[in-house]
Design a protein around this ligand. Structure first.
Ligand code: SAM
Length: 209
C-alpha cells in the first residue's frame, strides 16, 4: 500500500462509507477532547482527501494538509476549489526525509502512522514542530493481527499500536497531559463472511509552555 496505491485509490476514497464514518468519528473526538480555537495554526500529516481535516478547518485559523500522494492531494485541492475554502493549504511533503521550517499549535495524524516505518523519528519531528503549549493528536488502530489490511498489503509498516507505548514515546519527548481513549471501532467483513472489529484510539499530548 505505497504511494502509488493511494494515488490510484484517491478518486474513489470517499465512496467507502466505512472510511467516511471513521474520519467523522476522529474529527468529532478531536473536537470533543481538545480545545480547538480560531487562532490555531494546524498541520495534518497524511491528510488524504481531507475527510478529517476539512471537518476541523472551520474551527482553526489555518490548516497545512500534508500527504505524499499527489492523487490524494489533487482530490483535496478540488474540494477546496469547489467549496471556496481558503484556510487549508495542501502540501506534498515527506517529513521523514524533508523538513518544514514552521511551528504549529496543533498537529494531527489520522490512520497514517501505521504506514510510516520510521514512526519514532516522525514523532520526534512532530514534537519539535509544535509551538510551546501546542497539541499533538494521533488516531490509529490498536495492535491487530495484520488482518486489517490483509496479506496482500504493501506499505503497511505496523499492525496498529499499543497507545501506552506511544504515550511513553511522547512523554520522553517532553509532552505532558498525555492520554488516550477509544473513539471508534471499524467493522470489516472478511472474504468468508466473518465480521471483525478493529478499535481505534485517539492519543493526545501537549508541549510544555
Ligand atoms: C489511510 S489514509 C488516511 C487518510 C486520512 N487521514 C483519513 O483519515 O481519511 C493514509 C494516508 O497517509 C498517506 N501517507 C502514506 N505514507 C505517508 C508518508 N510517508 N508521509 C505522508 N503521508 C503518507 C497516504 O497517501 C494516505 O493519504
Amino acid at each position: 500500500m505505497g504511494g502509488k496505491h493511494f494515488d490510484t485509490a484517491a478518486a474513489d476514497w470517499d465512496q467507502k462509507q466505512r472510511r467516511v464514518e471513521l474520519a467523522a468519528a476522529i474529527a468529532a473526538a478531536i473536537k470533543d477532547n481538545l480545545p480547538l480555537n480560531g487562532e490555531m495554526t494546524a498541520l495534518e500529516y497524511g491528510c488524504g482527501t481531507g475527510l478529517v481535516g476539512l471537518a476541523l478547518a472551520p474551527q482553526l485559523k489555518s490548516l497545512t494538509a500534508v500527504d505524499t500522494s499527489e492523487g490524494m492531494l489533487a482530490v483535496l485541492a478540488r474540494k477546496l476549489a469547489e467549496k471556496a475554502i481558503t484556510n487549508v493549504k495542501p502540501l506534498n511533503l515527506d517529513l521523514v526525509r524533508s523538513s518544514l521550517p514552521e511551528k504549529f499549535d496543533l498537529i494531527f495524524c489520522a490512520m497514517t502512522l501505521h504506514h510510516i516505518q520510521e514512526k519514532d523519528q516522525l514523532l520526534t519531528t512532530f514534537c519539535e514542530m509544535l509551538r510551546a503549549g501546542g497539541i499533538l493528536a494521533l488516531a490509529d488502530l490498536y495492535e491487530e493481527d495484520g488482518s486489517f489490511h490483509g496479506p496482500e498489503a504493501d506499505g503497511v509498516s505496523h499492525h496498529g499500536f499499543n497507545p501506552e507505548n506511544l504515550a511513553e514515546t511522547l512523554k520522553i519527548r517532553g509532552l505532558i497531559q498525555v492520554h488516550s481513549t477509544t473513539i471508534h471501532s471499524i467493522v470489516k467483513t472478511s472474504g468468508s463472511g466473518e465480521q471483525r472489529s478493529y478499535p481505534v484510539f485517539l492519543l493526545s499530548g501537549r508541549k510544555k509552555k
